[in-house]
Design a protein around this ligand. Structure first.
Ligand SMILES: [Zn+2]
Length: 49
């Protein structure tokens, strides 16, 4: 089971570890979109595969 999110910009972020996943999504959001999201917001966007 992995956490997966596909960003509107087309980037897919996937990780089996929830903490690493949240960090990766937050890093992408900050670096690429200059947006920050809480862990709860990240997980609300994510799906599990
Ligand atoms: Zn993006």
């Amino acid at each position: 089971m992995a956490y997966v999110v596909t960003c509107p910009c087309g980037v897919t972020i996937r990780d089996n570890n929830v903490d690493q996943f949240v960090k990766a999504v937050q890093k992408h959001g900050k670096e690429v979109h200059n947006q920050s999201a809480s862990k709860e917001e990240v997980l609300a966007m994510a799906r599990q595969e």
